[in-house]
Design a protein around this ligand. Structure first.
Ligand code: GLA
Length: 707
């Protein structure tokens, strides 16, 4: 960033605000009616020209068209016929706000635009934050009922309060990249031409969701991994959400997003403020790969709590023992895990209450006497004695009807007592929006961690919300916001009370992964599907936004428990090494040779861990052969992971080009000892040395040896 240019500036004469990041510029302008309209989002431009940008005009001068200048957050008034990011109703039935610009505040990299309703006591603050080390712009909204707290109640009903609306410049065409999936098949990248329509991406599940993700990228249809302009956004929210992308027939594309799905309403009383989560946006001129690296860098610098800490190689016993856990069996696994180099042993489901299967026990977070007659201590001590950390699975937001907790507090569930509560996986959801439930969870987890010296919690959530209601509460839909906030708060409280404690986010695999949950967890369980063939695609989608250090990836048994597919151990390792490596198989059934190979591959992973977990990631091949290159930021070390799930006759694996290398440098291949010129690796690539046959994977390590 140019030293003399402030990150945020506001020109009162022209009503233009400008936000600068190292490689992008964002500008907006106040319209004649006082509402902020989008002006520019793209490469840095000479800001003196912004005042000359003509007002957008409707394609036809008619009484039917939308006001052509896109809003920074559209209220439901005026000639605005697209999706409204702010939808309010007043006690007399009137809908929609009409703004009067009430001033702005600049504080370092933060800009707040204050908008007062012309007729009612309502104020919106549109908030922006830029930083000098990232091109990501953070935006959120604060809506305040400015009526006196002791005046007439006159509540405002909020039908929609988005964090931000974003606008892409006019492009000849638009393409939308987003993530879709389901349980066991999360994060599948979908890249389609954007229809001239409103396209809704949403979760109505109370969780971020397996089926959609609040991330998207937009381009003109010609961007590639290494080139092209990309506009990308991600919402920092772990509950229900909604993003509406509107490509109008006039050629303009805007999208508006925030927490909550359609149909919810929240009440704002005099003196109250509703603050939205951050909706972050990123512009890059250099393709999808650069967009992902910019997101990864942002997540490390400004989202993850402890980005510099190595993610440990964990062992998790779920796929090995299921609910059949007991002290002796877990100790046997722990010893094997430590032998092959695991640094953390995680005891999964089945250890508590009366939990012998998924029908009972959730809510009763004390060791199951038949499984752990002496409590968890002997196992914890054994694990610590083996030099590993100890981790424990919990699912604090859930309860089985067959539990002491439910019997004591049936009213704590979030399902409306006037409806039949749908059970999913035989469980119900606790209403964390109730202060007493949040307090119970905070205290229960705190005790569990303290009494058992727990180093790691795997925080799971294995069902979506249904029939959500809050009997007797004046604002029952608040639970859709306040539940999520309470989950975040309990996680924050645990981390604050137990420095060093790490938390893994999980919701039946990757059902709750977003910038909100990653601000208080260290990594996410990517998917319950650990089949390496399926994982290649899942990991590809995950990595569009999230860095590898946040992507838990286990090596498990063959045949795979989810798909039944048999794959060689080395292939399983090469795929899982692309993230935070873990082991999840039944090690007691692995042969001595497999255990020895495992120990060797775990050791190799530890060598490349700094590159994978903290390096720059380049997706260098996609298709029948997929390859990911991890580079040390100083170019000293490199790792290339290549996978070929199936062979095709007549299609030998082509050399993999490594465009991120320095063409003027030389690199030693640490396994073959050959020295390659950077220029040759950039232009012609390197043979990935895949073994023959299906399910082939390889790792190539390069070290810069000078120029
Ligand atoms: C979820 C998780 C799994 C495992 C089970 C336990 O499905 O994603 O990893 O913890 O719950 O019931």
């Amino acid at each position: 960033m140019h030293a003399t240019l402030p990150p945020v500036s506001f020109d009162p004469d022209h009503g233009i605000a400008v936000l600068r990041t190292p490689n992008s510029l964002y500008a907006l302008r106040l319209a004649a009616d006082g509402s902020p309209r989008h002006l520019s989002w793209g490469p840095p431009v000479d800001t003196s020209t912004l005042a000359e940008v003509p007002d957008a005009v409707s394609p036809a001068a008619s009484s039917f068209e939308s006001d052509a200048a896109a809003d920074e957050l559209a209220p439901q008034t005026g000639a605005r016929f697209g999706p409204a990011g702010l939808q309010v109703r007043f006690a007399d039935g009137t809908r929609g706000a009409q703004w009067r610009f009430a001033g702005h505040r600049v504080d370092g990299g933060e800009l707040r635009l204050l908008l007062d309703d012309r007729h009612r006591p309502l104020r919106a603050a549109l908030c922006y934050r830029v930083r000098s080390d990232t091109d990501v712009i953070e935006r959120w909204t604060e809506l305040t009922h400015t009526g006196p707290a002791d005046g007439p109640p006159d509540p405002v009903t909020v039908d929609r309060l988005d964090s931000a609306s974003w606008t892409a410049p006019p492009l000849p065409d638009y393409r939308l990249s987003h993530l879709v999936g389901g349980w066991n098949s999360e994060f599948r990248l979908q890249r389609d031409r954007l229809p001239v329509a409103e396209t809704v991406l949403t979760s109505r599940r109370g969780l971020t969701g397996h089926h959609a993700s609040p991330w998207l990228a937009l381009d003109d249809g010609t961007a590639a991994e290494d080139r092209g302009e990309v506009w990308s956004t991600a919402l920092a929210w772990s509950g229900s959400w909604r993003v509406t992308v509107h490509r109008d027939p006039g050629g303009r594309t805007t999208w508006t997003g925030g927490f909550g799905h359609e149909g919810l309403q929240w009440t704002l009383r005099p003196g109250e403020t509703l603050r939205t989560p951050v909706y972050a946006g990123l512009y890059t001129a250099h393709g999808f790969g650069a967009a992902s690296r910019a997101w990864h860098q942002y997540v490390r610098a400004h989202v993850l709590p402890e980005p510099e800490r190595d993610r440990p190689v964990l062992y998790n016993s779920w796929e090995a023992t299921g609910f059949e856990v007991d002290e002796a069996g877990q100790i046997r696994l722990a010893r094997l895990a430590s032998r092959v180099g695991a640094e953390l042993f995680v005891l999964d489901d089945g250890w508590f209450g009366t939990r012998r299967d998924d029908r009972s026990g959730l809510g009763d977070w004390t060791p199951r006497p038949e499984a752990f007659p002496r409590g968890l201590r002997p196992l914890v001590d054994e694990v610590h004695g083996l030099g590993m950390e100890f981790g424990l699975w919990v699912e604090p937001e859930m309860v089985n009807r067959d539990s002491a907790l439910y019997r004591a507090h049936p009213e704590w569930v979030l399902h409306s007592p006037r409806l039949d509560a749908t059970e999913l996986r035989n469980q119900l959801v606790l209403n964390f929006a109730r202060p007493e439930v949040e307090a119970w969870a905070a205290e229960t987890l705190d005790r569990l961690v303290r009494e058992n010296d727990v180093d790691w919690l795997k925080w799971d959530a294995n069902r979506a919300f249904t029939e959500a209601g809050w009997d007797g509460h004046p604002d029952p839909d608040r639970l859709w916001i306040d539940h999520t906030r309470a989950v975040h708060r309990v996680m924050d409280g645990l981390r604050a009370a137990h420095p060093g404690l790490r938390i893994e986010a999980c919701a039946g695999g990757g059902g709750r992964v977003d910038l909100g949950v990653l601000a208080r967890t260290d990594q996410a369980w990517t998917s319950d599907n650990t089949d390496p063939v399926d994982r290649i695609g899942i990991q590809h989608g995950f990595g569009q936004l999230f860095p590898a250090q946040a992507m838990a990836a286990w090596v498990t048994d063959s045949p795979n428990t989810a798909t039944g597919r048999r794959t060689p151990l080395r292939f399983r390792f090469h795929v899982a090494m692309a993230g935070a490596l873990g082991l999840g198989g039944d090690l007691t059934s692995w042969s001595e040779e497999e255990l020895a190979a495992t120990a060797e591959l775990v050791a190799v992973y530890k060598e490349i861990r700094p590159l994978v977990q903290r390096g720059l990631q380049y997706r260098v091949a996609e298709g029948p052969v997929t390859a990911v290159h991890y580079a040390a930021p100083d170019d000293s070390e490199h790792a290339l992971l290549t996978w070929r799930p199936t062979t095709r006759f007549g299609h030998p694996a082509a050399p993999v080009r490594l465009p991120a290398l320095d063409p003027g440098a030389r690199y030693r291949d640490l396994d073959s000892d050959r020295v390659h010129s950077g220029a040759a690796l950039v232009r012609h690539g390197i043979d990935p040395r895949l073994p023959a046959g299906d399910h082939a994977g390889s790792l190539i390590r390069l070290r810069r040896v000078g120029s």
